[in-house]
Design a protein around this ligand. Sequence first.
Ligand code: HEM
Length: 580
Amino acid sequence: MILGQAGPAVQCDFHHLGQVPTSSAKLVHQLGQVPTSSTKLVHQLGQVPTSSTKLVHQLGQVPTSSAKLVHQFSQVPTSSTKLVHQLGQVPTSSTKLVHQLGQVPTSSTKLVHQLGQVPTSSTKLVHQLGQVPTSSTKLVHQLGQLSKTYGSVVTIWLANTPVVIISGYKALKETMVGLGDEFSGRAIYPLLMKATYGYGVLSTSGHRWKEMRKFSLATMKNFGMGRRSIEERVKEEAENLVEMLKKSEGSAFNPADMLLNAVGNVICSIVFGHRFEFEDPQFKSLLRTVNTYFAILSSPLGQIYNIFPRLVSLFPGKHHQLFKDLEEAREYCKREAQARMNILDPSSPQDFIEAFLLKMNEEKDNPDTEFHFDNLVSLVWNLFSAGTETTSSTIRYALLLMMKHPDVQERVQREIDEVIGQDRWPSIEDRQNLPYTDAVIHEVQRCMDIAPIAVPHKMMCDTKYNGYVIPKGVMVFPLLSSVLIDPNLWKNPNCFDPENFLDADGRFQKNDAFVVFGMGKRACLGEALARIELFIFFTSLLQHFTFKAMVPPEELDTTSINCSFGRMPRTYECYAISKK
Ligand code: HEM
């Protein structure tokens, strides 16, 4: 049987639906806050603009009425037109609302059929109808609840799109690892495509993805490029960062930019073979583009763009500047590559781009080769964008947790003092002698849960799992979060506790449930680099400074802010008090 609109998952979930409405009236009743105006409807549809005016404002233009909005949308595809009609009409009763959301169902069965699988609460239903949850935290929580109720394989509908949620360690291992090829596709998001045009590694599938991934992993391996190891490149940036922080001279500062610069420079050193001064206009422009990219990905604008790209493209707004900046970043990568074309030394590529160009040369007579400029430029963008925000935000979160838990910070510093001292810089070999510090870094990552649904996958072929056939092309969310907080897998899953990674003798204890980098064939390509960066940056910072917040620890907010694919720490200001 096939999982999908009329498949067993529908029946299966329907079977479980304890509170399925028995009539449309009851459904509307369940919606709880039936909107009495288009404003409320828009709100319920998930986007949080408080009115259609605000929605349009977010898109970049302020129409004076919903009529004008409809007019502005008049040359767009039918589905968008339908949305605009929905946004523009004011339902005066619950019946009308149901009518606007689709067709008035005559029975609960028909309704369930129309909506796909209806979860048990009104909020979830509205999310399903409107796509775009109001916050990723909320969505992830709701997905977790759904899995608790319906099991480790659940289908939800985001607008018209079925999405299969896989949760729990066992199911994730069986699918992402056991059926690795089948689950290895990448779901397509218009904003991701806008940056890479279907090339590179992060948003590709099949043969192209395999070729790009194999090459990237081999090239990024430690000691893989030139004479300098990746660790050396990271150490250089850590030392620069420490020098820079010393200049803050005890005044409060926001560490976000400095950390982003340091981590960004590691990638630049690997990819372009050189670092940038922090004030370099080209560097600033690249980092600004990554920053805006993530900000827009996480915003209502980005979420609407991912559903109605053609529609949103008709509106002026921040996204157009981003698209220009992305083009500029691609042009820069091309210039960097072209500048190397004639000076390549086949025996000793100095950076990632040179290694790729040599491979291009090697394959120049292969008409089907994936080694060409389009893949190179998108690959460089993938590494740069995936490798900067993630690592720098994790270090930022680590410092926040150290301020929240000064006792933990003190114990880490004591361990560093005993093992490394103050006279040399930390290196990766120190890790095995710093079990507590290692446990703290792992626990920071577990608590941060930076990518609760990884980066959405796509089925490569019809695949049988757990009694269902999941059809080719269906989007899959691997709910990594469900593993990171499973009480059966962690001593203390619900709060920050380095003991989660320590045995009774205080030795570092590995745990297979540490899945922050994903699982299986699509797991993070930069994991090895990220682990080196987190260790070297964190230990170097705590070797030299004690971090203190501007408010007492108990007032520090360590909850994350929303981001479409991930969780990010809140911005904060702090003091870095020199230890010497
Ligand atoms: C704390 C740091 C990081 C975390 C927690 C992290 C986490 C992740 C996760 C969860 C995925 C998706 C896995 C999936 O789809 O199942 C991913 C993919 C990816 N990451 Fe990372 N990442 C980090 C750092 C990095 C760095 C430093 C780089 C680059 C050098 C990088 C490059 C990538 C790429 C290219 C992919 C896509 C792989 C593919 O599609 O095959 N990441 N990462």
